[in-house]
Ligand binder design. Structure first.
Ligand code: G4P
Length: 528
């Protein structure tokens, strides 16, 4: 392959994920995005809670029963001159640490906000995670076909609550039953909305120019007048889009539309492909690795067990950071210093697993894993380094786990530690007793762990309440660490990778501990 082709392949890629609060419209927007990418013939096959149809990416019995997607699946599709990788982020009860870690494997994020509700809790949390790497954010204000809040107030809320400046790219004309479309500030044109055509790509009517009298005819002179007045205010009061600030994560372009009505999604995709960054480099302990380096490298950000019930294997999701994967190539698994030949990497097209001939920086490939791979593992073409920035996140939910048959304590420990290495859950062992405390970011992780302990380790376990509200990894010089171990022994535990952790019964207790031990770092994330 010649060099310009290699550079072109990488530069045309855009790898992003959607962040949103449950029910804001992530699944619906994913469907429409895939429709534009021609990955789906008819929108509506990603998830159909009502129709009983299951997501293409559903894989486990549990998922089928609950009609939700536990998997962070990857969807690749072409859009105009680009190749887009959309990484799905588990969102409802299936929210988990994988959701957070997926955000470390993308180069930009789409934030979907329900415009009737504004900034919600989960979005706040996910935005915090994107701040770790200053990931560029694109915003879609959804559900304009309903009565929404004042758009200016929404922008203000995003700016103050999420600490990111807003640059509206489109502006809505009416909402709810009176939603007429949007005015595109950069193109100086009005794009008219037609209801009832959400399942298809529409032929839209476009009116050039804000003062065009056709606009008054099309939307009515009241709404046209209101639009002109609002725009004067918006242009005066909001920020202009600035590419550098966007790439720095300081400003977000904002689009308005309705995912259900399939309106505005393409405007957002145009912005995403034009402005969102091509695959970005990543830091290692030794040096920064750039995407256009000729040698392959990548890191594992997620491990998925039993994706296909017929294959009882695990798949490690690997983000390619540099170079290119080619079928049959030799890769170095740097943590264990072993070379492996990979001829059966997988790609994912809306849940279909397909064997892959080649893949480039920015892509996600699935590596078959028989237990040797962990979250954060690095693969290279010979060089020994490890990518940083793929952390564990402090759990937010805790339970004590107990065996039904007390003789199987060893299997239980082994199972839990392996599952924690896979990132399915975290495990903490207090210094003062023999408890095993399981920590998770989302509730479903607890069920997954009990199901997998039974299926894979033949261990039947149950949960009990435990009085832990939060955990922090603790670091400091040896003397200070010894001191906190002595003085707060009841609150100290060892995690699955033998790191010291402070487990706090309440947030107030944590603040007090931080005050009492000012020389100790209480970290909410831990590098692998
Ligand atoms: P999520 O993945 O973020 O949780 O949201 P999802 O797309 O499932 O959307 C949540 C609900 O909001 C769905 O309705 C969906 O149809 C609706 N929705 C999404 N986008 C729009 C929009 O632009 N306008 C309107 N009016 N509704 C929208 P549901 O009845 O809860 O679920 P379903 O059974 O239709 O899937």
């Amino acid at each position: 392959m010649n060099d310009s082709n290699f550079v072109n392949e990488i530069n045309k890629r855009r790898t992003f994920a959607i962040i949103s609060h449950p029910d804001a419209g992530k699944t619906t927007i994913t469907e429409k995005v895939l429709l534009f990418g021609q990955a789906l013939q008819v929108a509506g096959t990603v998830k159909g809670k009502k129709s009983g149809q299951h997501a293409k990416s559903d894989w486990m019995e549990m998922e089928k029963e609950r009609g939700i997607s536990v998997t962070t699946s990857v969807m690749q599709f072409p859009y105009r001159d680009h190749l887009v990788n959309l990484l799905d982020t588990p969102g409802h009860e299936d929210f988990s640490e994988d959701t957070y870690r997926t955000l470390t494997a993308v180069d930009s994020c789409l934030m979907v906000i329900d415009a009737a509700k504004g900034v919600e809790d989960r979005t706040r949390k996910l935005m915090e995670v994107t701040r770790l790497r200053d990931t560029p954010i694109i915003t879609f204000m959804n559900k304009l076909d309903r009565d929404i809040r004042d758009p200016l107030e929404l922008l203000d809320e995003v700016e103050t609550e999420l600490n990111i400046a807003c640059a509206p790219i489109t502006w809505p004309i009416g909402c709810g039953k009176l939603f007429k479309g949007v005015y595109h500030l950069h193109r100086d044109e009005t794009i008219l909305y037609q209801s009832g055509l959400g399942h298809m790509i529409q032929d839209v009517r476009i009116i050039k120019g804000l003062s065009n009298p056709e606009l008054d005819d099309a939307v009515g002179s009241d709404l046209a007048g209101q639009l002109r007045d609002e725009l004067e205010l918006v242009i005066g009061a909001s920020n202009e889009f600035d590419l550098e600030l966007f790439l720095d994560g300081q400003i977000t372009p904002v689009y308005f539309g309705t995912a259900l009505g399939n309106f505005g999604v393409d405007h957002m995709l145009d912005g995403l492909t034009e402005w969102a960054p091509a695959p970005q480099g990543r830091e290692t302990q030794a040096r920064k690795v750039e995407p256009l380096e000729s040698k392959f490298s990548g890191f594992v950000f997620k491990i998925q067990a039993n994706m296909d019930p017929k294959h009882r294997d695990r798949i490690a999701f690997c983000r390619i950071v540099s170079g290119k994967y080619q079928k049959g190539m030799k890769m170095r698994h740097t943590r264990i210093g072993k070379d492996v030949r990979i001829s059966d990497a997988l790609t994912f097209l809306a849940g279909d697993r397909a064997l892959l001939e080649e893949a480039y920086a920015g892509d996600i490939i699935g590596l078959h894993n028989h237990g040797s791979m962990r979250i954060g593992d690095t693969f290279t073409q010979g060089e020994d380094f490890t990518f940083s920035g793929i952390p564990n996140f402090a759990p937010e939910l805790f339970k004590r786990i107990r065996l039904k048959d007390p003789l199987k304590q060893k299997q239980l420990q082994k199972g839990l530690i392996q599952l924690s290495e896979e990132g399915a859950v975290q495990v903490f062992r207090p210094l003062i007793n023999n408890d095993l405390i399981v920590g998770a970011v989302g509730v479903l992780q607890f069920d997954v762990v009990v199901a997998r302990l039974k299926a894979e380790y033949n261990v039947e376990a149950i949960y009990e309440h435990v009085n832990v509200a939060t955990a922090r990894w603790i670091y400091g010089d040896d003397k200070k660490v010894d001191e906190i171990r002595r003085k707060a022994e009841v609150n100290i535990a060892i995690d699955g990778a033998n790191n010291l952790t402070y487990i706090a019964p309440t947030m107030v207790n944590l603040s007090l501990a931080q005050e009492r031990h000012p020389d100790i770092t209480f970290a909410a994330t831990r590098e692998q």
